[in-house]
Structure formats: C-alpha cells, structure tokens
Design a protein around this ligand. Structure first.
Ligand SMILES: Nc1ncnc2c1ncn2[C@@H]1O[C@H](COP(=O)(O)OP(=O)(O)OP(=O)(O)O)[C@@H](O)[C@H]1O
Length: 444
C-alpha cells in the first residue's frame, strides 16, 4: 500500500493522529503500515477493537470449562503483562490493580481494553499504533492513558493514534492526518486550522437519513406500571460484591442513563434486566411484569428488548450477511433459522438504509469494520420496535457523524413514544436531556 510509505516518510515527528470515518480503511491501513515498519526491523505494537476481539476468541478456544467441568478462568490479566511491571504505577492509575488475578474473559469491556493497552505500552515496541484507544474508557482512565502515551513518546517511542472522533484528540499530538479509503492526507501540525479541515471532512460525510421505518407500535396497550423493577439487587463474582444493594424502577418512557467507572457494574446491572446475568434469579427482579425465577422463559423477556452491547457484539460470530444480522433481531437469535416474510425483509432493509449501510446488505458481517458492525447491531436492535431499548455503550467505535446519527435516533424514539431507553455511556455529549433518570454506580 503506497500510503504506508507516504506516512513513514512523513513521520519525522513522534506523534501522529490519523482521523478517519467508519469504513475509512483504518484496519487495512494499520496492517500495511505494520508490514512496512517491520520490513525496516521496527518492533510495532497495535491495539484495536479487532485485536481485542481476536484475544477474546483465542480465550474462548482455550477454555477448558466443558472438559474439566470446572470454571476455567483462561489467561489471567497479570499474565498479559511482563512480571517485572506488575507494580507499575500505571496499572493503579488505570484501576486494574485489583483485577490482575481475573481471567481475561471476565474483565469488563473497558478493563479488557485497558489491559491490552498496558500490554503494548510495556512491550518495548518502537512504534505504537492505537485504534480509538479512548473509546470505552472512563474519564479518569482516558486522562491516565493520555499522559502515559505522552510520557512514552519521551522515551523514544513513536505513537500513532487512529481516531474516529475529533473530540478524542489529545493536545500533545504533534501531527494530524486524514484517511478515507484511498485518500490519505498528512495535514501538518495539530492546530485549529487543521482540526477545522478534519471537522469539515467529517461534515461532508453526513448523509441525509432515509425515512423512519414503518412503525405502528405505541405503548398504550402495555398493561404494567413498570417496565423493570429491581429491589436491593446484588451481584457477587468470585466472592466480590460488584455493587452495593441497588434498587431501580423504570416506568414506561422513563428513559434511564447509567454511568460509572470501568468495572463499576453497569453492564452487570443491565444484564440483571435482560436476563443475561445468571444471578437475576437469586435477586428481586421484575421485568415486563415477570418476576424473574417464577417460570417465565428468557424469550418472554427478550422478545420485548432490543439490545446492543459489547457482549452481543463479540459473541455475534455466525458468518452471515448484514441483512440476516438485522433480521435476526426479530427472532432474538444469532443468525436466522426461520422463514422470513417479505414484509420483514423490507423493514430490515429500511433500517439498513437508516444506518447508512443499504449498499452493504449482502456483505458478510465479519467483513465489515468494527464501527460498521456496530451500526448493523443498532439496526438489529431497532428492527422490532422493542418495548425497551437496552444500549450498553452503543456508539463504541462509531465516528463523529455516525454518533450524531444515533443520538438523533434516540431523540426520534423519545418523540414517537413506543420504546423506553436504558443506556450506558462514558461520553458526556451522549448524556442527553431525554434521560430523566440517571443512576451513577460508584466504585469503592
Ligand atoms: N463472569 C464474571 N466473573 C468474574 N468477574 C466478573 C464477571 N463478569 C463481570 N465481572 C467483573 O465485574 C465487574 C463489573 O463488570 P461490568 O462489565 O458490569 O462493568 P462495567 O461498569 O460495565 O465496566 P465498563 O465500563 O468497563 O464496561 C468487573 O470488574 C468485571 O471484571
């Protein structure tokens, strides 16, 4: 790839941020760049959503739980790091010191990401490529990571950030570049002029959304007072209480935002509601009028929920095309195993159009970029006009314009009044006024 040569020629500076939209070719670019740098005998480290997914899939492969009938934690967090670095202050700054004996699969999504970032930071690489390193990290961790990257530059390491949001650009970055497919442009110094150019590049990509897909659902027939009610709920993993007794009531249209540091239990709280946390049965949880553990099936619950989460994303590993992934939202399955009606296909296509991926409907899901996959999963969650939309960091991996598109969806859903939104987000600009109820989970 010629552009990889171009960048190494240009990279006389220690730090470069490459801004790129979803589908802009970051993955291919990073691959070409790594090959090019390795040919020069440089040691290169890479952290990306894709490498995180590969680590997860490797951990699933080596999981011996089924064979030994005991829970196999897999590789412990500490084994990802050099033994002589286990006391490094950065581990504490990223709040990972108490997770070192946890298996990788059990880490929260932010914790997993921070661990892989630490692994690469400690690896002694001469060039470090980080694809959206601040996505899914809480505010304190973003600050700690940013200053760690800045410090590592002073030790002679070159840092290349690949970012999808200008808002994530640290001010210590020296050079800026823009990448969109074959278009690669080194803009020069990190100053307001060049930032403005990038802002315009992103703005040029905003497409007019198609019409809101047909929707006849209203909440009027919903027979219960609450969508969900949790009373004094607690989850304990490996003898550790994840959050102190938590109560929460969500009424119809009471859109609710959950915030808190990485590992504070946000996803776990959501999983008590969706039924994905096994401890929902030992807790006092009522969802859509079903008191959990009293004979209802998980499907009684799931059929009313549209879900986007890191867990769903990393476990969506069936090799089917994009349209099938959207359709699978109608059946709450991974892949589609039922006859699909023409009207359902039509609605699924409308949703693909709405997320800007109409032209990719026949492409295999796993051939899309991480951000594009996320957009498909959002369409999958919305396709059945669910009673409750559970969005656990839905905009992870999305670029500036796609994030705005999804935030507009939320506004539109609020106006149409058929779905109650329950969302987790670390990003301040996603804490919309429509969230009338806000729950902050504190870590001790
Ligand atoms: N199956 C499990 N076994 C052991 N520990 C677990 C398990 N699942 C989650 N945990 C731990 O529980 C804590 C809460 O996890 P959770 O995913 O709910 O955090 P979170 O607030 O959503 O974090 P993030 O912001 O990083 O997504 C984490 O420290 C995680 O390591």
């Amino acid at each position: 790839m010629k552009i990889a040569h171009k960048i190494t020629d240009q990279l006389s500076t220690k730090s470069l941020a490459i801004l790129s939209p979803n589908g802009g070719g970051k993955q291919m670019f990073a691959k070409a760049l790594i090959e090019h740098l390795q040919a020069q005998n440089k040691q290169v480290g890479l952290v990306s959503f894709e490498s995180q997914q590969q680590t997860y899939e490797h951990e699933l492969k080596i999981d011996l739980s089924d064979i030994t009938n005991e829970v196999d934690p897999g590789t412990l967090a500490k084994d990802f790091l050099p033994a002589d670095k286990l006391d490094h202050p950065l581990i504490k700054a990223l709040h990972l010191e108490h997770r070192l004996n946890t298996g990788y699969r059990s880490l929260s999504s932010g914790e997993g990401r921070k661990l892989l970032l630490l692994k690469e930071l400690f690896s002694g690489s001469q060039v470090l490529i980080c694809d959206n390193p601040f996505d899914s990290l809480d505010t304190n961790s973003c600050d700690a990571l940013s200053s760690a990257l800045e410090q590592v530059i002073h030790t002679g390491v070159q840092v290349i950030l690949m970012l999808s949001n200008l808002i994530d650009l640290p001010n210590w970055v020296e050079q800026l570049a823009w990448l969109n497919q074959q278009e690669f442009e080194v803009l020069g110094a990190n100053n307001s002029n060049n930032q403005h150019t990038i802002k315009n590049h992103f703005a040029d990509l905003v497409k007019q959304d198609g019409q809101w897909p047909q929707n006849h659902k209203r909440l009027a027939d919903y027979p219960h007072t609450n969508i969900a009610e949790l009373i004094d709920c607690q989850v304990i993993y490996d003898g550790q209480t994840i959050f102190p007794a938590q109560s929460l009531t969500i009424k119809p249209l009471q859109h609710t935002l959950i915030t808190g540091a990485n590992g504070s239990g946000k996803s776990t709280l959501l999983q008590l509601i969706t039924g994905d946390c096994p401890q929902c049965f030992s807790n006092n949880v009522t969802v859509f009028g079903f008191r959990r553990g009293k004979g209802e099936t998980i499907w009684d619950i799931k059929k009313h929920i549209g879900l986007v989460s890191a867990d769903l994303h990393r476990n969506y590993r069936v090799n089917c095309n994009v349209l099938t992934v959207v359709l699978s939202g109608l059946f709450d399955s991974i892949g589609v195993y039922k006859q699909v009606e023409a009207s359902q296909i039509q609605i699924a296509k409308q949703w693909l159009n709405k997320v800007g991926l109409a032209d990719k409907s026949q492409i295999l899901f796993n051939q899309l970029s991480f951000g594009e996959q996320r957009l498909v999963l959002i369409a999958r969650a919305l396709v059945k006009t669910p009673l409750m939309l559970v969005l656990d960091e839905p905009t992870l991996g999305l670029d500036e314009s796609n994030r705005q598109r999804i935030l507009q969806f939320l506004q539109s859903i609020e106006q149409q009044q058929y779905s109650t939104i329950l969302m987790v987000s670390h990003r301040q600009d996603e804490h919309l006024a429509l969230f009338k109820q806000r729950i902050h989970l504190a870590t001790d």
